[in-house]
Each structure stands twice: as C-alpha cells, then as structure tokens.
Design a protein around this ligand. Structure first.
Ligand code: NI
Length: 169
C-alpha cells in the first residue's frame, strides 16, 4: 500500500470545505486503506482525506495506543449533530501542523452522524479523547486547523516559527 503525502500548513488546500462522498466504490475503499496506512505510519490517531490532498469528506481514526489492539474506524460525511460541555484538549497536535502542540478548548461530549465504509448509517456518541479526535478531524473537512482555535498571539508565534523552518529547509 502506498503511503499518501501529508500536506502541511500553510498549504492552501487545507483551508477549503471539502465535498461530500456521493458514491462509495472501490476507489473510495482504496483511499480508506491508504489513509489508514498513512495514519499508522505517521504515526497519528486520526487523518482526514483533505490532509492527503483528497477533496472528500472521509476521516479515519484509531485512539488505541497499543499496536496489538489497534483497528481503525472510518467515518464518511461525518457531521457533529450535538455537542455539550467544555474541556481542554491538552497539547493537541496535527500531522499537518509540524512541530507544534497547544491546548485547545473543545466540547466535552459530541454526537456525530455519517456513514461507515459500507454506506450504512453510523452514529457515534463519545467524550474524552475520541470526542477530541472527531472534533479535530471534522474541523479538517471544513478547512479548520487546530491553530485556528487557539489565541491569535499563539497562532502568530507558530506562523513565524513555521515560516522560518520552511526557509531553512
Ligand atoms: Ni489534524
């Protein structure tokens, strides 16, 4: 399975609202497998197709840290339909935002609805880490990075740091 190339900030592709999946065919299954391989290789706990330059509302995720127990989940066209409470997601990071972590204010509980990889309705109600992962990945589908949810000052500092790193690369 080929690994996909992960786009990084400030790639403008990451800033768009991506399109819904209308047909779940073999091509979509292949994208899902490649996304999962890419996520585990990175390694990360979630990946949105847009991060690999694919304009489709697909996310894969796996909060399991133990490689023996891992198994990824797929969410197609996911939407957050209910969110409650507040929590601080500590040192959140993103494969598209290299060398940076920050605390992010998130909802404590979310209910998300969409489709599984076979096109069946999928509903997930969750809190804790999985809730944060879903909020983070669904943000990606709407062109939002976690650095859009931190203070302007912290965001500016990261932008400067990133610019410098890219210049010296
Ligand atoms: Ni991310």
């Amino acid at each position: 399975m080929p690994l996909l190339e992960i786009l990084t900030y400030p790639d403008p592709f990451l800033k768009q609202t991506v399109k819904a999946v209308t047909t779940i065919d073999d091509k979509i299954q292949k994208i899902i497998e490649d996304m999962a391989d890419t996520m585990y290789d990175a390694p990360g706990v979630g990946l949105a197709a847009i991060q690999a330059g694919i304009n489709k509302r697909i996310i894969v995720f796996d909060p399991e840290a133990d490689p023996e127990k891992r198994g990824f989940q797929v969410f197609i066209n996911p939407e957050i339909v209910e969110s409650r409470g507040e929590m601080v997601s500590e040192k959140e990071g993103c494969l598209s935002v290299p060398d940076f972590r920050a605390n992010v204010k998130r909802s404590a509980f979310v209910r998300a609805e969409g489709l599984d990889r076979h096109g069946n309705p999928l509903k997930i109600e969750t809190d804790g880490l999985l809730s944060v992962i879903l909020q983070h990945e669904i943000d990606h589908l709407n062109g939002i990075l976690f650095i859009d949810r931190i203070s302007a000052l912290k965001r500016q500092l990261y932008k400067k740091k990133r610019k410098k790193a890219l210049k010296n690369a």
